[in-house]
Design a protein around this ligand. Structure first.
Ligand SMILES: O=C(O)c1ccccc1NCC(=O)[C@H](O)[C@H](O)COP(=O)(O)O
Length: 223
């Protein structure tokens, strides 16, 4: 199965075009006002039109209410909702039923105890995103550019597809994939020149590095 590459927190036509042309499988749009990547609904609508089927549109929200999700559905019509807050298993089920879209649940990781929530989420979510747990003082639960200990996932036995994120960049994603055996990688800070400012060259370098890792693992598997 080919590696999924997600570029998250895109907020301009130019950098979205770069990610699409470089072959990103998923493009993430943040709807969380404290984030430097937060999009207005109007900009989300515009960027969503630009994607026009070239990648999966991921709407990233944090403990959003139904009215907010309704507005995002109308503006972006996301392919996936990425729920990056404290959403319960029941809330995931509710969102899936109400909006009829797959959900990717972000699971914050700092210690092995954080894995205890997996069985509940895995019963409802379509995909899991492992991310570094944000420090208590953080103004947002993700997009902080810090990794977690990937070895915490070394013995993971998850029947659901999962991605790894948190502090990834072109030079460490191969190791993150080797240790976690994730089916996808997700990045935001690692392709930015400043918080919220995506860098086209860094986007291209990240996707090139991910594809090189994918090719290398496919070569090994056919030997
Ligand atoms: O990106 C944000 O600003 C953000 C805000 C609130 C919740 C989640 C957020 N990002 C979630 C993502 O999917 C990021 O790509 C992921 O946390 C990795 O971020 P980074 O460590 O900056 O690569």
């Amino acid at each position: 199965m080919s590696l999924l590459v997600k570029i998250c927190g895109l907020s301009t036509r130019e950098t979205l075009q770069t990610a699409l042309e470089a072959g990103a499988d998923m493009v993430g749009f943040v709807f969380f006002p404290p984030s430097p990547r937060h999009l207005s609904l109007e900009l989300g609508r515009d960027l969503g039109r630009q994607v026009s089927g070239r990648a999966l549109k991921v709407a990233l929200t944090v403990d959003a209410d139904d009215a907010t999700l309704d507005n995002i559905m109308d503006a972006l019509s996301p392919d996936i909702f990425q729920l990056h807050g404290k959403e319960s298993v029941a809330r995931l089920r509710d969102i899936k039923q109400r909006f009829g879209r797959p959900v990717m649940k972000a699971v914050p990781i700092a210690t092995s105890a954080d894995l205890a929530v997996l069985p509940g989420y895995a019963a409802v979510a379509d995909r899991i995103l492992f991310d570094a747990r944000a420090p208590k003082e953080a103004t947002r639960p993700g997009g902080l550019g810090e990794p977690f200990d990937w070895h915490l996932l070394e013995n993971l036995d998850l029947k659901l597809p999962y991605m790894v994120s948190g502090g990834l960049h072109a030079d460490n994603l191969a190791e993150a994939l080797r240790v976690t055996r994730a089916g996808g990688v997700d990045v935001s800070s690692g392709v930015e020149s400043a918080p919220g400012v995506k860098d086209p060259q860094m986007i291209k370098a990240f996707i090139r590095a991910a594809r090189a890792t994918q090719d290398a693992s496919q070569e090994l598997s056919v030997r």
